[in-house]
Write a protein that binds this ligand. Structure first.
Ligand code: ADP
Length: 264
């Protein structure tokens, strides 16, 4: 398959392996509150990085910086082998737009447009921002909706859907952007417990298909089963990272041990 003509469920980038995302020294403050202090991380193509850590430690902010929804104050983000943003010197608007185009975010509270139908929500980014042909985007959106079992909801409004259905639409909306990296911000933490499994199951399928994913999550079982690497964040920095078995079962840092003890 050509990388320029992916099927609706195939990531834009074809070759496995290689670094998709590299972050060095990422820093972000809100006023006097230094939320991120020198975050370093890297994600290989086709791999899943799970980010865990206590509430308020900066996980969401880090994810939003990766997508350019927040603009970091310092550090360097490299995507693939052709886009590097240096936040110390201030990236250009064009670089920020390019960063936004390379990843897609799935939000905790879905963030669907309430006044648009499911199909309109999915088509908005590809058509308006990426300027792709509406007919082609529509066909892709419909195929993706069918894939997640929501073909009959294409003309529904978000309020007519359950939380689990809304989040599956949120995931389809992200896939329709054909990003290199999928970013998930606690995608199941607003869901009723009985709906969590559906969304995690879909995310697991995407991981097995080879999507590159960064997932902020409290679902340790999911991290253990699906992630290639787990990073524990505390106080705005990555305290410990490594294979899931190591970080989740045998953490070396006291802060990771404390965090995991509280969850068990
Ligand atoms: P986590 O995802 O680990 O719970 P967050 O990244 O959401 O942590 O938040 C980390 C800190 O950053 C918190 O103290 C939060 O209040 C602060 N923060 C996050 N976003 C903003 C913002 N837009 N303006 C001001 N403070 C913010």
């Amino acid at each position: 398959m050509s990388p320029t003509d992916p099927s609706p469920t195939t990531p834009r980038t074809a070759p496995p392996g290689g670094l998709v995302l590299e972050v060095r020294g990422l820093a972000k403050s809100f006023g006097d509150n230094q939320v991120l202090r020198s975050v370093d991380l890297s994600v290989q193509r086709g791999q899943v990085l799970a980010i865990i850590g206590p509430s308020g430690s900066g996980k969401t902010t880090a994810l939003r910086c990766l997508n350019g929804l927040e603009v970091a104050d310092g550090g360097v983000i490299t995507v693939g082998d052709d886009l590097t943003l240096d936040f110390a010197s201030g990236p250009s608007k064009r670089q920020l737009a390019a960063l936004r185009d390379r990843s897609a975010m799935v939000f905790q509270h879905y963030n669907l447009f309430p006044h648009k139908t499911v199909l309109e929500n999915i088509m908005e980014g590809p058509v308006v921002v990426q300027r792709r042909k509406p007919a082609e985007v529509r066909a892709e959106a419909e195929a993706l909706l069918a894939r997640v079992g929501l073909a009959d909801k294409r003309d529904a409004f978000p309020f007519e859907l359950s939380g689990g259905q809304q989040q599956r639409v949120g995931i389809v909306r992200a896939l329709a952007l054909r990003p290199e990296v999928l970013l998930f911000d606690e995608p199941t933490s607003a869901l009723d417990p009985e709906l969590v499994g559906d969304v995690l199951g879909l995310m697991k399928e995407l991981a097995l298909e080879g999507w590159t994913m960064v997932v902020v999550t409290h679902e340790l079982q999911f991290a253990r089963e699906v992630a290639h690497e787990v990073a524990f964040v505390d106080g705005g920095t990555i305290v410990e990272r490594g294979a899931p078995e190591q970080v989740l079962r045998n953490p070396t840092h006291e802060r990771t041990q404390q965090f995991l003890r509280r969850l068990l």
